[in-house]
Write a protein that binds this ligand. Structure first.
Ligand SMILES: Nc1ncnc2c1ncn2[C@@H]1O[C@H](COP(=O)(O)OP(=O)(O)OP(=O)(O)O)[C@@H](O)[C@H]1O
Length: 121
């Protein structure tokens, strides 16, 4: 196993994440949302399995946003001018983020609402 190559891949991947944090407002919004959900989880008191689901949803959102950003970059590179396929590629990639975000909201509500109703009523 080539540890030097592995180390370099890790550095490049970290650079990619930092690049997305620096340039993508949506990514920073997801970071903020992740912080709020984590605080809500701490104050609500989630079980181990609920935390596992919440952490998977949060990191899944980061992952899909990174893939979306990569698609946007490639589209901008190969099609700086207007093209219907470029539009569709960007819109479909954004649609994937939207679908996943809706999924996280639904699962979040399923986890949190019963706990909040016990606390409140
Ligand atoms: N080269 C292109 N050809 C056709 N339509 C495009 C092209 N680039 C962008 N668009 C359209 O404009 C929308 C916004 O694109 P824009 O590049 O401004 O933002 P983005 O890269 O999708 O997102 P972000 O603002 O997060 O970087 C796209 O979803 C797509 O519908």
């Amino acid at each position: 196993m080539n540890f030097h190559k592995f180390g370099k891949s890790f550095v490049y991947a970290t650079q990619g994440v930092l690049q997305a944090v620096k340039t993508e407002q949506n990514f920073r919004l997801h970071l903020l949302a992740a912080g709020i959900v984590s605080l809500a989880g701490i104050f609500t008191g989630l079980s181990k399995w609920e935390w596992i689901i919440v952490v998977m949803l949060i990191f899944g959102m980061f992952m899909i946003e990174l893939v979306n950003t990569a698609i946007e970059r490639v589209v901008d590179l190969v099609s700086p001018d207007y093209h219907l396929l470029a539009q569709q590629a960007k819109d479909i990639a954004a649609g994937a983020c939207l679908v996943y975000a809706i999924c996280t909201v639904i699962i979040g509500l399923i986890i949190f609402i019963p706990k909040w109703s016990v606390i409140l009523f």
